[in-house]
Design a protein around this ligand. Structure first.
Ligand SMILES: [Fe+2]
Ligand SMILES: [Fe+2]
Length: 207
């Protein structure tokens, strides 16, 4: 079976994570049509990204560089959350209960159990979620007609691109610098990610 051609959309990231499959072209029109729903989901994504950064800090305080980087990341993701909440308020939207993210949940299931493998997998899953988020936010930046909103999503996409690199570098550190092993594991996770994106289907959500 031939593998889909690795793909990278404009603005979707300069980092080391190269997604195996581009987003279905039907996603953007759906997301633009139901943008208010996407915005609420986006707020939850930023909240989970901030919480995940602190959870990493809690779990792996001894990985060199991780505590300071996760503290900064939590602050940055919280700032994204605050900006999305402001946008929601401008549109008269309120935050509803988090309905969960089947995409992220399916990827978390790929995390292996033994401690060292678990640490690398958690970092790589985070890197992959950042890469897919970067792609989707870039698509929104290209598709939104409101210039301020388009600029906002362009900025966020760039920021998430930086985060995928950050998590990838930490995964290499967690593997004692064995970048080849980390890349091999990442390819396995990326192959699963391409399946998960298809299984989850089209949603008025970031993933
Ligand atoms: Fe973010
Ligand atoms: Fe991020």
């Amino acid at each position: 079976m031939s593998r889909p051609t690795p793909t990278r959309r404009p603005l979707s990231g300069e980092g080391p994570v190269i997604l195996h499959a581009a987003t279905d072209p039907r996603w953007l029109p759906l997301a633009l049509e139901r943008f208010d729903e996407v915005l609420v989901d986006h707020a939850h994504c930023e909240k989970k990204a901030a919480a995940n950064a602190l959870s990493m800090l809690q779990a792996y305080p001894d990985l060199p560089g991780l505590p300071a980087q996760m503290a900064r990341l939590a602050r940055e993701e919280s700032a994204h959350l605050a900006r999305v909440l402001d946008l929601m308020a401008e549109r008269g939207l309120t935050l509803t209960k988090d309905a969960g993210d089947p995409y992220a949940q399916a990827l978390q299931k790929q995390v292996r159990t033994p401690g060292p493998e678990r640490r690398v997998d958690r970092l790589l899953v985070a890197a992959i979620i950042e890469a897919r988020s970067c792609e989707r936010l870039s698509l929104l930046a290209e598709g939104l007609t409101d210039p301020a909103l388009a600029r906002f999503y362009g900025e966020l996409a760039q920021s998430e691109d930086g985060h995928q690199s950050l998590f990838f570098r930490l995964a290499v550190t967690a593997s004692a610098g064995d970048e080849a092993a980390v890349r091999a594991r990442m390819e396995t996770l990326l192959a699963r990610e391409a399946e998960v994106v298809t299984e989850v289907g089209l949603r008025a959500a970031i993933h």
